[in-house]
Design a protein around this ligand. Structure first.
Ligand code: GUN
Length: 284
């Protein structure tokens, strides 16, 4: 068997083209979606994510502003900035790039963002809405994964999904979204003792650990769908996932590559959330 490769970059391109048309229509109605991204410090990975977001926004016609601040920025300065952006009527979405420097309380920052502008879907109010299946901003990576599965017509209801990793950004919410779609969900993490045994039961595996080449075909049930969220920079400078691609490709039915897999979908869903924020804010 050779898995069908799910090219997130191609799916993302189609969605971005649709959004471009949607934004042009909104512009005619006087609605100009705008996203503000706040980047603290100069972590190269964060800088690269942020530039991907700017590029996608430009392509779609979403206004985007990058506020780059030095690592020494105080928590109070950042809180003041967020409060200003909360009040600014021309700003629809606010994203604070994580991780933040250690002297800033990440949770406090997230909770200060107006939930109606929280296009990351990280505010506890929005997480609560997601958990109770109410319309809200879904966290972008989980939302991107769900969208990929749906676009590929991969069945979720009744299937066993095994999530490896329990971060607030990916692992926990992706499990919740799959549960909302009626999957049976198992969470695995660093304290799980029988990882391979559990992953081998999965129809859908989401790997979100951040350890290069952690999962090979010995973990995978024949015909499974494998979603690789890992982005690891290895010694030769290239990017690779958490999955041994060539090995798993021989056993799985569907597999996402890294790069060109989940990453472009994450950014695309951020754009979708920004458009939704702009529409919600004018029609409320
Ligand atoms: N850092 C890594 N992923 C994300 C994300 O989805 N949103 C934000 N704000 N920061 C991140």
């Amino acid at each position: 068997m050779s898995a069908k490769v799910i090219y997130g970059d191609q799916l993302a391109q189609t969605l971005r083209d649709e959004m471009k048309t949607e934004v042009a229509t909104l512009n005619k109605r006087g609605i100009h979606p705008k996203l503000v991204v706040i980047l603290i410090g100069d972590d190269p990975a964060s800088k690269s994510y942020v530039s991907g977001k700017q590029k996608a926004a430009d392509y779609i016609g979403i206004q985007s502003e990058l506020i780059s601040l030095p690592t020494e920025t105080s928590e109070d300065e950042l809180l003041d900035l967020i409060r200003q952006l909360n009040k600014a009527t021309d700003v629809n979405g606010i994203l604070v790039q994580l991780p933040l420097p250690k002297h800033i309380d990440e949770q406090l920052i997230i909770e200060t963002i107006d939930p109606t502008k929280d296009v990351d879907g990280f505010h506890p109010i929005n997480i609560g809405k997601m958990m109770t299946n109410q319309a809200t901003f879904l966290p972008c990576t989980p939302y991107g994964i769900l969208t990929m599965l749906k676009l590929m017509n991969i069945e979720i209801a009744g299937k066993h999904a095994v999530i490896i990793g329990r971060s607030h950004i990916v692992g926990k919410p992706v499990g919740q979204l799959l549960l909302n779609e009626h999957a049976t969900v198992t969470y695995c993490h660093s304290k799980t003792t029988n990882l391979k045994e559990l992953v081998k039961l999965a129809d859908i595996v989401v790997v979100a650990v951040g350890r290069a080449h952690m999962i090979d075909q010995s973990y995978i049930k024949a015909g499974a769908t494998v979603i690789d969220v890992g982005v690891n920079r290895i010694e030769d400078g290239s990017l690779t996932g958490d999955v041994v691609f060539d090995s798993v490709k021989e056993k799985a039915a569907y597999l996402t590559p890294v790069p060109k897999g989940v990453g472009p979908m994450t950014i695309t869903m951020l754009m979708k959330n920004t458009i939704k924020a702009a529409i919600n804010q004018v029609t409320k």
